[in-house]
Design a protein around this ligand. Structure first.
Ligand code: FAD
Length: 309
């Protein structure tokens, strides 16, 4: 089986989310990569070094600079004439392109896989991760998104793939890139961080969130996350949200501060290796998944903890 992996990148470097997708693809067969970008030859060279990669298709065109689904999907459809499966990381952009490819190929998309059972059978979470479905497909071409936390990351070195230029159909004329507002941060990226400190509604406002959560995160070299309630209340930007409708994370340590542990929040972090919860309500559901629980007032505990570290 010949598989193609869409490489997530910023036209300079391969993004981490690609690596777990490569591992998932390697369970299906021969792995080829697609780097669609603008001025992205360096990305293709980097991608060719990923362990286990055979060929890297490089489509270098201004139309692919911002990974607009309307431009990238027709390119993938052309490449699917010589591939059996296309895999995307379950990231915002991956999840944007995949359904369009599936529609153009007239197949079902298999979303957010957790494992490859056989070339046509996969597991995936349903009901916010409370049940795992085993799905079998009879489609001839597979369009799959991969949950990054479920697969080991492929090594970034050791591969000896060859880069081959491919022509794309260019700008489909269906969409244009208007701009991006990306929060600048010197902290680790949420989905790649080893430690995450997350705050919830209990922080009460943005000032408290920044004054309590950030110093603790800085001491631990951690990324900062938040519950949806904290995001909706405007304490922090949307891209901090962890959960079913936010980011799925599985760090070594996840510290939930003033977060109740609603099912939709747990769906995004319950696979973390060690969960530490700080909550004043000893019956809060977060304690059901926590390895270490501190019952008390976060306004007292968090400054004390930060100071002692
Ligand atoms: P609350 O539920 O209000 O909990 C606050 C907690 O802080 C309480 O447990 C309280 O005991 C504790 N507390 C209060 N004061 C203190 C104090 N001084 N010291 C210590 N502890 C204190 N939520 C997400 O997080 N992510 C998602 O992706 C997400 N997706 C959703 C999708 C759908 C379709 C729906 C319907 C909901 C979704 N939600 C999501 C919302 C979710 O249901 C909860 O409403 C939300 O997670 C609650 O956030 P919270 O725990 O910060 O707030």
């Amino acid at each position: 089986m010949k598989t193609l992996v869409w490489v997530e990148h910023d036209n300079k470097h391969v993004k981490d989310a690609t690596l777990a997708t490569v591992t998932a693809a390697s369970k299906l067969g021969e792995v080829h990569l697609l780097v669609a970008g603008s001025g992205a030859a360096g990305v293709a060279d980097e991608a060719a070094k990923i362990a286990g990669v055979g060929k890297v298709h490089l489509a270098d065109d201004a139309a692919f600079e911002h990974a607009l689904a309307e431009n990238v999907a027709p390119l993938i459809v052309t490449l699917m004439e010589s591939h059996d499966a296309i895999l995307f990381p379950s990231t915002t952009t991956g999840k944007n392109i995949a359904p369009r490819v599936a529609a153009l190929l007239d197949v079902m998309q298999i979303s957010d896989i957790l494992s490859v059972e056989s070339p046509d059978t996969f597991t995936r979470p349903i009901y916010a991760g409370n049940a795992i479905a085993t799905v079998q497909t009879s489609d001839k071409k597979l369009v799959i998104t991969v949950r990054g936390t479920a697969f080991e990351k492929a090594a970034t070195s050791g591969g000896s793939g060859t880069v081959e230029a491919v022509g794309g159909s260019g700008d489909a004329g269906l969409s244009t890139f208007a701009g991006a507002e990306i929060a600048e941060s010197t902290r680790p990226e949420l989905t790649a961080a080893k430690v995450i400190v997350s705050g919830g509604r209990a922080l009460q406002n943005s000032e408290n969130f920044h004054a309590l959560i950030e110093p603790l995160a800085d001491k631990l070299g951690a990324a900062v996350g938040a519950s949806r309630a904290a995001v909706d209340a405007g304490y922090v930007p949307n891209d901090y949200q962890v959960g079913q409708t936010g980011k799925i994370v599985a760090p070594e340590v996840y510290i939930a501060i003033g977060i109740s542990g609603a099912i939709q929040h747990l769906a995004g972090m319950k696979d973390s290796k060690t969960i530490i919860a700080i909550n004043k309500d000893e019956d809060a559901p977060i304690f059901q998944v926590a390895d270490i629980g501190l019952v008390g007032d976060l306004f007292k505990i968090v400054p004390e903890l930060t100071e002692k570290l």
